[in-house]
Design a protein around this ligand. Structure first.
Ligand code: FAD
Length: 390
């Protein structure tokens, strides 16, 4: 660890500003106080702590890059990445709540919304008064969201919304949903749907083995009358939801490194304390190999995330670069969670240590926001010019 107490083998802190370091520290303190002492219980009980929403708002975890006039943090993308990293060091489910709110709900309202929509929704979402969700995936359309069948019909005074979304983070507790649906011409449009609209329900998905402290559900639209002013006016087509996903995937590329660091730090500490054959297990070459490979992979991912953050700040990060970083970070973290679990031996399977929870969480993270396979095919298409997934 460096002088600030962070796992930082290549002195990345030397590339950060004072503001970055302060933001990271405040989120780390928050996670230590509000998440770490409770997360194991929440996850074991499958409990989403709804009071965390307001607390996230207070600490500035929602929409950190949104301008301050709308209640956001007005911060840069490296700060955003560091915030996601510290939250996910605590738990990927908690980070999912913050990612969805910031990147998938506030971002589209800010980027594609009218001034009235920005003023109406963003401050309440930033403060955590309202929780939002993002409805893209459908029961029959996951990796291929362009095939969606959820639809709107123009009824003159309002849009009539019908269809269903599945696997929607935050849905059971949301006040607001950003929903993607096709109009009569088959164009994808974004709408803001509010709880309480007749015909709109959000059944919860139970019995997940992953992201157990995050709530996940469906969005069901049965002839929902959505006022015309709830359509996001400044976007048309699949690039709308994909733009949001770029922002969320960027956060995951940083966030998953947090989960990896938590597993690595636990494994390093345990290996120095646990003795077998009269020596700490850290003195055996096989355990050192695991630990040395972990810190190498974490460092590579940190460097990629940092460079991606610089490009994102300059408006130059491509979707394909974000795909590569998301895929690499999550795969790296999942592998480290498994290796770290082994270093803890039998103890590693209990809730005394965080690895199993991170590992199970990361099984969702490797699938949502574009699967491991699809991101590889995006890299493949980018370098060859040939799309292999359509
Ligand atoms: P499928 O698309 O059916 O894929 C199944 C398998 O086939 C995968 O391994 C995939 O890689 C592979 N595959 C598919 N197409 C190809 C291809 N062309 N070539 C090669 N392999 C292929 N969605 C939202 O809209 N909002 C949310 O808030 C949200 N939260 C989520 C939370 C959780 C806990 C989970 C698990 C999912 C969430 N999702 C959300 C949905 C998530 O984005 C989808 O699960 C994901 O996009 C994959 O879709 P699918 O599950 O339908 O799998």
């Amino acid at each position: 660890t460096n002088a600030n107490g962070f796992t930082d083998y290549f002195d990345l802190d030397g590339l950060l500003t004072e503001e970055h370091i302060l933001v990271r520290q405040s989120i780390r303190d928050f996670v230590k106080k509000e998440i770490n002492p409770n997360i194991e219980r929440w996850a074991q009980e499958g409990h989403f702590p709804s009071e965390i929403v307001r607390k996230f708002g207070d600490v500035g975890a929602f929409g950190p890059t949104i301008p301050t006039e709308y209640g956001g943090g007005g911060l840069d993308y490296i700060s955003y990445g560091l915030i996601m990293q510290e939250i996910e060091r605590g738990d990927s489910g908690m980070r999912s709540t913050a990612s969805v709110q910031g990147s998938l709900v506030m971002f589209p309202i800010y980027q594609y919304g009218s001034e009235e929509q920005r003023k109406k929704y963003l401050p309440k979402l930033a403060s955590g008064e309202w929780l939002g969700c993002f409805g893209l995936t459908e029961p029959d359309h996951g990796s291929n969201p362009g095939g969606m069948t959820t639809n709107i019909k123009d009824m003159g005074d309002y849009y009539l919304l019908n269809g269903a979304k599945l696997w929607i983070s935050n849905s059971p507790e949301c006040q607001v949903a950003v929903v993607w649906a096709k109009n009569e011409e088959g164009r994808i449009k974004g709408l803001i749907v509010e709880r309480g609209m007749e015909g709109f329900t959000t059944p919860e998905i139970h019995n997940k083995w992953s992201l157990r402290a995050s709530c996940t559900g469906e969005l069901v639209f049965d002839n929902v009358k959505v006022p015309k002013e709830n359509l996001l006016p400044n976007i048309d087509g699949l690039k709308g939801p994909l733009g949001c996903l770029d922002s969320a995937r960027f956060g995951i590329a940083w966030g998953a490194i947090g989960a990896a660091i938590d597993c690595y730090e636990s494994a390093l500490k345990y290996s120095l304390q646990r003795e077998q054959f009269g020596k700490p297990i850290a003195s055996f070459q096989l355990q050192q190999k695991k630990l040395a490979e972990m810190i190498t992979e974490i460092t590579k991912a940190q460097l990629m995330a940092w460079r991606l953050g610089v490009l994102k700040n300059e408006g130059k990060a491509t979707s394909a670069q974000i795909s590569m970083a998301k895929r690499n970070s999550v795969d790296m973290a999942l592998h480290i969670a498994r290796e770290a679990r082994q270093i803890h031996g039998g103890m590693g399977i209990t809730g005394e240590y965080p690895m199993m929870r991170h590992m199970m969480n990361l099984e969702s993270v490797i699938t949502y926001e574009g699967t491991h396979d699809i991101h590889l095919l995006i890299t493949g298409a980018d370098i060859t010019g040939i799309q292999a997934f359509k």
